[in-house]
Design a protein around this ligand. Structure first.
Ligand SMILES: [Fe+2]
Length: 323
């Protein structure tokens, strides 16, 4: 039985109904998947090494079985509830092997609607039983495996923009019916011996993620949107706050994003953050003193075929259901 939770933009909703884009708004839904971790259950997935080719067929690991079940569930929802597209919130792979990205694509290509994948912290540094790669090659594998599909999304989303690729970042933005979707790559490229670095990073230099988001505001991209969703692997509010500097953002980084989201909300009507990483379903304020700024987390598809659906009922309000 899906659990529904209705959020309405109380502050601006009335005024926005008078705007031209609010009249004749056609409702739509989109789905969220997260944390597939393709390769979990294999120390060295695909063929030997991390810069490798996919196995001839995907093994029946629980993570793969559950991810496939999640895809089937989304396809059923697309038929019954008109899901228009899917955002996949990172940790596509368990250890960033090229074959794991190929496996994730094979599974996600089973979706009957367009999908937009982003990177998670597990997708950065390849590792096998032979050890960790000497460089963070995962984003390059992601670009090679998913790049053509992402570029092809321009047919579905004509205002699709990409930023940060020259730095190996995967930052994307697009809109549908006046709703903005900003997909931010905050994943640290720092080396973590023995496993993926769970930390986040603002990538605050030239061509980085934070300046790109600021530029979206400055250049007015968001001002034509009635609501903005910021999709990212890491949550802002953590289940266990004192561990968060090691597993996501530092307090200073969080404060800077909060300020940015305040401006994003001001520019676009209102904003919400979509994230994974903690492998749980959660919906609540992203910051204790910003009750109107929601953080919506989706559990790991690898652990059970978790699917979140967000139905845009109006330009400023949505209902959330878990499946
Ligand atoms: Fe994960």
């Amino acid at each position: 039985m899906p659990v529904s939770w209705l959020l309405a933009s109380l502050a601006l909703g009335g005024a926005l109904w008078a705007l031209p884009e609010a009249r004749g708004f056609r409702p739509f839904s989109f789905a969220i998947l997260s944390d597939l971790h393709v390769g979990e259950g294999a120390e060295d997935f695909g063929s030997v090494g991390y810069d490798d080719r996919p196995a001839p067929s995907l093994p029946a690991h629980p993570a793969i079985r559950n991810a496939r079940a999640a895809v089937d569930k989304v396809n059923a929802l697309a038929a019954s509830r008109g899901v228009a597209f899917v955002i996949v919130l990172g940790d596509l792979t368990d250890s960033a092997e090229r074959s794991e990205f190929a496996g994730a694509k094979l599974i996600l290509d089973g979706l009957a609607v367009p999908y937009v994948p982003i990177l998670g912290n597990h997708d950065i540094w390849p590792a096998t039983k032979a050890g960790v790669a000497p460089a963070p090659e995962g984003p390059r594998y992601f670009a090679e495996v998913f790049g053509p599909r992402l570029q092809g999304l321009a047919a579905a989303f004509p205002d699709l923009v990409r930023a940060g690729s020259e730095r190996g970042l995967q930052n994307w933005a697009f809109s549908l019916r006046g709703i903005g979707f900003v997909l931010a790559d905050w994943n640290s490229r720092g080396r973590a011996d023995g496993g993926p670095d769970p930390a986040a990073d603002l990538h605050d230099g030239e061509g980085g993620t934070f300046p790109w988001l600021e530029a979206l505001l400055r250049d007015g991209w968001m001002t034509s949107k009635t609501r903005a969703f910021l999709a990212q692997h890491h949550p802002l509010r953590m289940k266990v706050p004192f561990t968060s500097p090691h597993f996501a953002f530092s307090p200073r980084e969080r404060a800077r994003i909060k300020d940015l989201l305040d401006r994003l909300g001001a520019a676009s009507g209102s904003a919400a953050v979509l994230s994974g990483h903690e492998h749980r379903d959660f919906a609540g304020p992203a910051f204790p003193d910003r009750p109107g700024l929601a953080q919506i987390e989706t559990a790991a598809a690898k652990d059970g075929p978790a699917v979140t659906v967000i139905a845009m009922d109006s330009p400023t309000s949505y209902s959330l259901s878990r499946h």
